[in-house]
Structure formats: structure tokens, C-alpha cells
Write a protein of this length. Structure first.
Ligand SMILES: [Fe+2]
Length: 476
């Protein structure tokens, strides 16, 4: 591209609300804050001791009008809970691109995963896409800000200062590590993947496994049947499940300044299943037309069947991406319902049995992580109608309504004590109240969510959206 062509794509950025999910718009917040002793409502349980981390996107500089929430700079929130008191902190993730933009005092990296429209002053960075904005991942005493196209950013869990980019001490070959990982509750391993691991945009993907000490022990490659999106995946005690979603990457479109992904309504999602103790050459692909998934709730193997539970929509759940023809898609078709997919490993069908759970409309699923990869009873998720819990034995869904102008973000489960029964504990989540520009960390008893929050720690502003978070038990 010539300089003239590049400049023709360049328009002076402004502060805009940013297109988000469900057609919502988010205002940049841009605040780094410390609040000692939040105002408390209700009572924080004595046993609830630790730090809740949330991470989400928050543009620090003015953007193009069509910039999207996924391109926001990572901003961490921490809520340190001890003896009924809560201290709050927020800090940006100091990525290479964040630092370059701060030095330039303007946005340099204008479009999501596409350098074609970068500011002429933008430096060429290996970690150009690393906003560190997706998952506050607490793993065995260490905190990482994850972003699926890049390497993790290690964060000091007490000060929230950014330490360095982490690549398993130089061992990781993949240029990407998924924002969603799975911790094996038996071995303590960190299972992940790297989609577009070589930045070839051909669907090349790495399976990545680290031991409980964050030492890389496995990295194997395969190529997905088409260059789609994989944001999350599933692991059971016996199998690994890769899910390729119908959002196409097209390098030619990107070169013209177009979006990184485009929804392909004619393409089914593809689900590749391999034995955990096998190799990526053993992957068997299944197809699931009309099942579009961003996140996985949990998965397990039962005999010759693999069961995967996930929010699934019939259409495009990323409404800020057009379809492959450049047309906007129907926001309604992006609404997800909690869905059970059953894959018969010995049957002849190349499609799973799909069961949508009546009354379970929502996304951002979480579980009691001690029951990951195995048969489990409880799933938690947020919907437009508030916080929800599904009982997989009875298919009963319980709800606590939190509707607009309240905005409920993803919840995280914390067990009451180490050996507590599944689901016996608390759900922690950030709630913003847009009309009053106030926010809070709210705590529910996970077995009594319909009774409402038992405690709130208030902050005097409405935070940015938090995508994904985790809880560090004990005093850090
Ligand atoms: Fe996610």
C-alpha cells in the first residue's frame, strides 16, 4: 500500500461510544483509581477472603467511529476482600502498544487486528494486537492479562503493575495463546490453544499445555478445515474439543482496510474432537449448522459420548462484524441459549445432538471450577434478565432479575471452603448502574441467587465492561 492510499483510509479519530455486544454502545471510562475501604451494603461473609480480578476493554485515546469494543485497551479491576472490608483498584495493562500510544498521546493502532489503517506514526510491533483486554487469569499464584491473538501479559496481583510479556520462558512457538484456558482440577495443568499460531490466517492452530508451575509441556499443531474463529474450547478428562466458528478471516479484505472477521451464514460451526492422550492428527470433525458459540460452559466424556454445554446462538453473536457480503446481520439471531451438544464418537452421524434448554437465555457461562472437565451439576450465566443458575440434573433455571439500567457483568464462583459441595459458595460480579454512573461488586449466595445480593462494595463510578475474571483466594 502506498502512503497516499494509506492516508486515504485515515480520518482524524474522535472519542466515540464503541459498538459492543447486543447492539450496545460503551463510553470510554479511562480511569485508573484506588479506593480504600469501599462503602459496603449488607455483610461480606467472614470466610470470603481473597481478591477478585476483572479485565475488560477501555480505549485510552480517541478512535475511528467504526472501532469496536474488542480493540479497547486492557484495564484491570481488583477488589481485595478481607474481614468484611473491600479495597478497590483499577489499572491499565501497560502493553507495548499502550505505551507507544501514551508516548504519542494518540491512538496509533486503529482497527481490530488489522494494521492497514494504523496511524502513519505507528511503530511496527510484534505484539501489535496485544491489548491484554480479555481474561484476568489467576493461575497458581500468578496473574496474567490474556488476549487470544498474543502472548499473556504478567501482572503483579497486588499493585496491578504490568511486569512483562510471558511466553513460558521463551518455550512457546505459537504467536498466540487463547484468552480462555482450562485448569485441570486433578493435575493443575493449564490447557490452552493458539489460533492463527503462525499469523498465516490459514486456520493454523496450536494445542498448548503447561504444567501447574506454568512450564510448557506440550505444543502440537493442526490446521482447521476453514479459517474461522475459535475463542474458547473444551477439555474433558479424556478428550479435547476444538470449535471453529463461522467467522471468516480474509487477508485480501484486511489489506483493503476491512474487518478481521466476517460472519459466514452458510458455514456450520465445526467441532474437532481428539483423545487427550492422542495427537492432533487424531482429530475427528463434526458439523453443527445453526449453532454459533463464543464460550463453553463445561464438557465431559461419558462412555463413547462427549457432552459439551455452551451458550449457542442461531446467528451472528458479534453484531459489529458484518457478514461476508458486507451486510449487517440480525442482532436477534445473536442471542444465545444455553445448549447441550452430545457427540456420539462411535455413531455414523457427523452432527451432534443439539438440545436448547428452555428458559436459559444468556451468555458468559461459569461453573464451580473444581468440577471442570467432569460431570457436573451447576452452571452460572448472565442474561438480559439478570443472573442465572442452571441445575443440569433437573434442568431448572433460577434467576435474580437485574435489568437495564443495571448492567451485570460475568460472574465468578468462589467455594465456601476447600471441601465444600459443588455450588456451595458465592458468586461475585461487577454491576454498573448506567443512569447514576455508579458501580459495585456484588456477592450472591450461589445456592440462593433468587434472594438477591447478600453484600455490595460500592464505587463512585460505572466501570468499563469486564469480559472475564477470576478469584485469588487468601491474602496476597
Ligand atoms: Fe471470552
Amino acid at each position: 500500500m502506498t502512503i497516499n492510499e494509506r492516508q486515504s483510509l485515515y480520518v482524524q479519530p474522535q472519542f466515540h461510544t464503541v459498538p459492543s455486544f447486543y447492539g450496545r454502545q460503551f463510553e470510554p471510562v479511562r480511569l485508573e483509581a484506588d479506593l480504600f475501604d469501599c462503602q459496603i451494603e449488607g455483610v461480606f461473609p467472614e470466610q470470603l477472603k481473597g481478591t477478585f480480578f476483572g479485565l475488560g476493554p477501555d480505549h485510552q485515546y480517541p478512535t475511528f467511529e467504526d472501532d469496536i469494543i474488542l480493540n479497547g485497551d486492557g484495564s484491570l479491576l481488583s477488589w481485595r476482600i478481607e474481614d468484611g472490608h473491600v479495597d478497590f483498584k483499577s489499572r491499565y495493562v501497560q502493553t507495548e502498544r499502550f505505551t507507544a500510544e501514551r508516548e504519542a498521546r494518540k491512538k496509533l493502532f486503529n482497527a481490530y487486528r488489522n494494521p492497514a489503517r494504523d496511524d502513519p506514526d505507528a511503530p511496527g510491533l510484534m505484539q501489535r494486537d496485544n491489548t491484554g483486554n480479555t481474561y484476568a487469569w489467576y493461575f497458581n499464584g500468578r496473574l496474567f492479562a490474556l488476549r487470544e491473538d498474543s502472548h499473556p501479559n504478567e501482572i503483579d496481583p497486588v499493585t496491578l503493575e504490568t511486569k512483562d510479556v510471558f511466553n513460558f520462558d521463551g518455550a512457546l512457538k505459537s504467536t498466540a495463546l487463547s484468552a480462555h484456558g482450562k485448569v485441570d482440577p486433578v493435575t493443575g495443568e493449564w490447557w490452552a490453544f493458539g489460533m492463527y499460531a503462525e499469523r498465516q490466517w490459514a486456520g493454523e492452530c496450536a494445542l498448548i499445555v503447561a504444567d501447574k508451575n506454568a512450564k510448557l509441556i506440550r505444543e502440537e499443531y493442526f490446521v482447521a478445515p476453514y479459517p474461522g474463529m475459535m475463542h474458547d474450547f473444551a477439555v474433558t478428562r479424556e478428550h479435547v474439543i476444538f470449535d471453529i466458528q463461522p467467522f471468516r478471516v480474509d487477508e485480501e479484505r484486511m489489506k483493503k482496510g476491512g474487518q478481521f472477521y466476517a460472519f459466514d451464514p452458510d458455514q456450520p460451526s465445526l467441532w474437532g474432537i481428539m483423545p487427550r492422550d492422542g495427537s492432533t492428527s487424531d482429530i475427528r470433525w463434526f458439523r453443527a449448522p445453526g449453532v454459533v458459540c463464543g464460550h463453553i460452559m463445561n464438557a465431559y466424556t461419558e462412555g463413547k459420548k462427549v457432552i459439551v454445554d455452551a451458550p449457542a446462538a442461531p446467528g451472528n453473536s458479534f453484531p459489529f462484524f458484518t457478514d461476508v457480503a458486507g451486510n449487517p446481520t440480525d442482532i436477534e439471531l445473536g442471542n444465545a441459549t444455553i445448549t447441550r451438544l452430545e457427540f456420539d464418537l462411535v455413531g455414523e452421524s457427523d452432527q451432534p445432538k443439539v438440545t436448547r434448554i428452555h428458559g436459559a437465555v444468556g451468555e458468559m457461562p461459569k461453573i464451580d471450577d473444581r468440577f471442570a472437565m467432569m460431570r457436573y451439576k451447576y452452571g452460572f450465566f448472565r442474561g438480559a434478565d439478570g443472573l442465572n443458575r442452571i441445575d443440569w440434573d433437573t434442568l431448572e433455571v433460577r434467576n435474580y432479575p437485574m435489568v437495564a439500567p443495571n448492567v451485570l457483568h460475568e460472574c465468578t464462583f468462589v467455594p465456601r471452603y476447600e471441601g465444600a459441595a459443588e455450588g456451595d459458595g458465592w458468586l461475585l460480579a461487577v454491576v454498573n448502574h448506567a443512569a447514576t454512573n455508579r458501580g459495585a461488586l456484588v456477592v450472591f449466595d450461589a445456592m440462593k441467587i433468587e434472594e438477591g445480593p447478600i453484600a455490595k462494595a460500592k464505587i463512585p463510578y460505572s466501570t468499563h465492561m469486564t469480559f472475564h475474571g477470576s478469584f485469588a483466594p487468601g491474602v496476597l
